[in-house]
Design a protein around this ligand. Structure first.
Ligand SMILES: [Ca+2]
Ligand SMILES: [Ca+2]
Length: 512
């Protein structure tokens, strides 16, 4: 007994440091396991739990919907546990991650309807329903409970310790896409009157575990949700997570998940399970997002590039550039200071010393620099050395871009603009006036299949709200598939699945 207690302590300490060090999706979490039992042997769970404790371990979560328990114990003790006749399987618990990335964004005035809401044709469906009465379980990094553009939250629970307060931003972002309310501030979601059940299954670093996800599914299904949205996953399948998804779906829950961001046709999970509706990401032009996973296992496409939504209060960044009396689409160069600079603009060329360098007059003013040849960090450093007060880097190809100065630091405000806007600004000549700003904000643009998934969850919620229990999950799925706008090669294909979801057409398909 003493031996077990000691060895368990060692495992627990090792766990703490490992969690802090690496959270690569699919990696085994040392000392944590998922133990499945036959569905007919629910009564054996107490015997199983006693056995786990006798072996020096502990049951950390009971997950009835997966016919499994999560346990913490040593690998040698697990070998003993496998001999218990109630045990169907033992699998290692693994890391699971969020499928979204930050992309500091725009300048919000009043309430904005992000482009994706129109792309999935939600507003056309709002004369029938805005989602009132439907319940969506959102399993993510939690939610900012102090947000000024707060979604309608009907329940919440943390599976990673602490409160559901979102320190990552990812969960607050996906929540806003599903259910951002029409209240005159921030954004509007796909289903602005839907009720959300917030399950925090990912930590503030964006990582979680199979056991945490399965526990979240168990909780959400128990709350009677109509839809579960999971913008997360990993490359490893799991009996426990698959059983949880299958049983949720069998209980009448439409389960939606993001396909993943590795630009591969290899399945990620939970999206890869047959019982889960898999969503890939497209951009504003209905082209495949460069990062999006794809394949014959993908069901539909939805917008997920530069998606504007809520982030925890004050943690977003809004960049803007004003010249010739108009706002111009701007991104903060990652590493930029926040602030506003109103001054004259001087052309620094490439700021590499050969393709151009900053003139003396740039001191106290704004450096206009073309992208290319040297790093953004070096461009910003050269402008700072010349005494510039701010930096605008314009693209060397059409459109805007996202840049970073990496590990370097700067005292300047630095933003990027498109090639088109940059050439216009350059054409105004040295000494032209401009205002550039990067201010803390409550909204940001993120990119990822994580952003595509909640669009589809919101559409499914609209269908569920209209149907009020008269339509099965199979019919919801058929409606989404059969009314999706075909993209790419004719019919279902391996890039876009059945195509872009259409909320209004799907409602019509169901007779609403
Ligand atoms: Ca709003
Ligand atoms: Ca197609």
């Amino acid at each position: 007994m003493k031996f077990f207690a000691k060895s368990f302590l060692v495992v627990a300490l090792a766990l703490t440091s490992t969690v802090a060090l690496a959270q690569k999706a699919g990696e085994i979490i040392p000392g944590k396991w998922l133990v499945g039992y036959d569905a007919t042997q629910r009564a054996a769970v107490s015997i199983l739990s006693a056995d786990v404790e006798a072996l020096g371990g502990k049951v950390s979560a009971d997950i009835p919907i997966a016919n499994a328990v999560a346990v913490e114990m040593s690998a040698t003790a697990v070998e003993e546990l496998r001999r218990n006749p109630a045990v169907l399987y033992v699998e290692p618990d693994r890391y699971v991650v969020a499928f979204g990335t930050l992309n500091p964004g725009p300048f919000l005035v009043g309430e904005v309807r992000p482009y994706g809401i129109d792309m999935v044709n939600a507003p056309a469906a709002w004369s029938v329903t805005k989602g009132s009465g439907a319940k969506v379980g959102l399993l993510d990094t939690g939610y900012d409970l102090n947000h000024e553009d707060m979604v309608n939250i009907a329940g919440s629970k943390s599976f990673v310790g602490g409160s559901v307060q979102d320190g990552a931003g990812h969960g607050t972002h996906t929540a806003g896409t599903i259910g951002g309310p029409e209240n005159g501030v921030g954004v509007v979601g796909v289903a602005p009157q839907v009720s959300l059940y917030i399950g925090k299954v990912l930590s503030d670093s964006g990582g979680g575990s199979l056991s945490g996800i399965a526990s979240g599914i168990n909780w959400a299904a128990g709350q009677g949700v109509n839809v579960i949205s999971m913008s997360l996953g990993g490359p490893s399948g799991s009996w426990t997570m698959e059983t949880a998804c299958n049983n949720a779906r069998n209980a009448g829950v439409f389960v939606v998940a993001a396909a993943g961001n590795d630009n591969t046709s290899t399945k990620s999970y939970p999206a890869g399970y047959a019982s889960v509706f898999a969503v890939m990401a497209i951009d504003q032009n209905k082209e495949k997002a460069s990062f999006s996973n794809y394949g014959d296992w993908v069901d539909v496409a939805a917008p997920g590039v530069g998606t504007l939504s809520t982030v925890p209060m004050g943690t977003g960044g809004s960049a803007n550039t004003i010249f010739s009396g108009a706002n111009h689409d701007s991104n903060a160069i990652q590493g930029s200071q926040t602030g506003t600079v109103a001054a004259s603009v001087y052309d620094c060329g490439l700021a590499n010393g050969t393709g151009g360098s900053c003139p003396g007059a740039v001191s106290g003013n704004i450096a206009l620099i073309q992208r290319g040849e040297i790093s953004f960090a070096d461009k910003v450093a050269h402008a700072e050395a010349a005494g510039a007060a701010g930096v605008i880097i314009y693209n060397n190809a059409p459109g805007n871009f996202n840049g970073t100065i990496g590990d370097a630091t700067t005292a300047l405000v630095a933003v990027s603009i498109s090639q088109e806007d940059g050439l216009v600004l350059q054409g105004l000549g040295d000494g032209a006036s401009a205002t550039l700003s990067f201010e803390a904000d409550n909204y940001s643009k993120y990119s990822g299949t994580s952003m595509a998934c909640p669009h589809v969850a919101g559409v499914a919620a609209l269908l569920m709200a209209a149907a009020t229990g008269t339509v099965s999950v199979d019919q919801i799925e058929a409606a989404l598939i059969n009314t999706a706008e075909d993209l790419g090669s004719p019919g279902k294909d391996n890039t876009f699945g059945n195509g872009l979801v259409d909320a209004n057409a799907a409602l019509g398909y169901l007779g609403f």
